[in-house]
Design a protein around this ligand. Structure first.
Ligand code: COA
Length: 337
């Protein structure tokens, strides 16, 4: 029986023009193209130029998503959710400025901070608002500017992260429509909050008299320890969301996982028992773009004509927090802009 649901109506992306290859990084870091490709799958990433912040990328992607959804009147959007771990400033949130620059007027606008799971968390937030009738259309943007947070001397993070933004328009529709979001599973384990962290941001470091060291502004990640949690949590969350939707794994046409590491994506596929051919990968081109990674991967696969109308998609993500989140939807045949 059909029920109200959020339906994907438009998709847009933006990455900064500057491409940084693995070889570029070997000039300043003790690393190699071979190590980065073998251990992560990443071949290049895009980094923002100095002066470019997350809202700049978000606005570009937002414009394109609105165009893709053929939304002309700004008043048609009733809520803007920006998922990011790299907001322009701690106060205010980034979303209101993005809304203003997109011409969305006095729309409700908020940031969601859930690390690399941010986009799926933001989709769930937007979907709940639509189903509850708080809005007819919602713009969801995942956007990150990691370059200023990467320690140029830390080869364990500088080779991994990239900048970019991806946005979707969701509209209020029904579960039987192509594009309907049919279930979510979200979770967190804050006992492991220190595995991926920017130590110098926020009230915790500022609550002490200790002067902040310049290195405290950089992102730190214990990748080796995070790895097995990522595989396990995404596998569990995927199974949970499939159960919610009543789908069997063999009905899933495409798995679009958070693009952190090819080895994680293929370990996830093994754990789930999914043919690796059904796993969408995009990190080779953009690295780990955190909250932007799933919409960027969706748009890339759609642009390559990988999805057919009505295909069943499983989205699954994992990140700092620790957080994880999964969603299932059918493909609406949207052309990304
Ligand atoms: N170039 C060359 N060597 C490197 C390197 C680099 N860029 N980065 C690390 N190394 C070295 C390490 O120093 C270590 O050397 P040692 O054995 O002499 O100590 C060795 O390579 C192995 O390091 P390790 O950290 O175990 O590598 P890994 O295989 O776990 O790969 C990650 C590192 C970060 C790619 C991987 O752990 C990962 O993807 N983790 C999960 C990330 C994630 O999902 N995050 C959450 C979302 S943001």
């Amino acid at each position: 029986m059909s029920a109200p649901a959020a339906v994907l109506a438009g998709l847009g992306t933006h990455v900064p023009r500057r491409v940084v290859t693995n070889d570029d990084l070997t000039r300043s870091l003790d690393t190699s193209d071979e190590w980065i490709v073998q251990r992560t799958g990443i071949r290049q990433r895009h980094w923002s130029d100095p002066g470019v912040a997350t809202s700049d990328l978000a606005v570009e992607a937002g414009h394109r998503a609105l165009k893709s959804a053929q939304v002309d009147a700004p008043g048609d959007i009733g809520l803007l959710v920006v998922a990011t771990s790299t907001p322009d400033r701690q106060v205010p949130a980034t979303a209101p400025e993005v809304a203003a620059r997109l011409g969305l007027g006095t729309v409700a606008a908020l940031d969601v901070g859930a690390g690399c799971s941010g986009f799926v968390y933001a989709l769930a937030t937007a979907s709940a608002a639509l189903v509850a009738g708080h809005a007819e259309r919602v713009l969801v943007i995942g956007a990150e500017t990691f370059r200023p947070y990467l320690d140029p001397a830390d080869r364990t993070t500088a080779v991994i992260f990239g900048d970019g933004a991806g946005a979707v328009v969701l509209r209020r529709g029904t579960t039987d429509e192509a594009g309907a979001l049919l279930g979510f599973d979200l979770g967190s384990d804050g006992t492991l909050h220190d595995l991926v962290v920017i130590p110098g941001n926020g009230s915790r470091p500022r609550s002490t008299d200790r002067a902040l060291a310049p290195e405290d502004q950089y992102l730190r990640m214990n990748g080796r320890e995070v790895f097995p949690h990522a595989v396990r949590r995404m596998a569990q969350s995927s199974s949970a969301v499939l159960a919610t939707a009543g789908w069997d794994l063999d009905q899933v046409d495409h798995v679009v996982g958070h693009q952190a590491n090819l080895r994680i994506l293929y370990a996830l596929a093994r754990q789930l028992g999914v043919d690796p051919e059904r796993v969408v990968t995009h990190l080779e081109q953009v690295g780990n773009t955190s909250a932007a990674s799933i919409p960027l991967a969706l748009a890339d696969a759609a642009a390559q004509d990988r999805f057919r109308l009505g295909d069943r998609l499983l989205l699954t993500s994992f990140g700092a927090g620790l957080t994880w989140g999964s969603a299932v939807l059918t493909w609406p045949g949207t052309t990304p802009a």
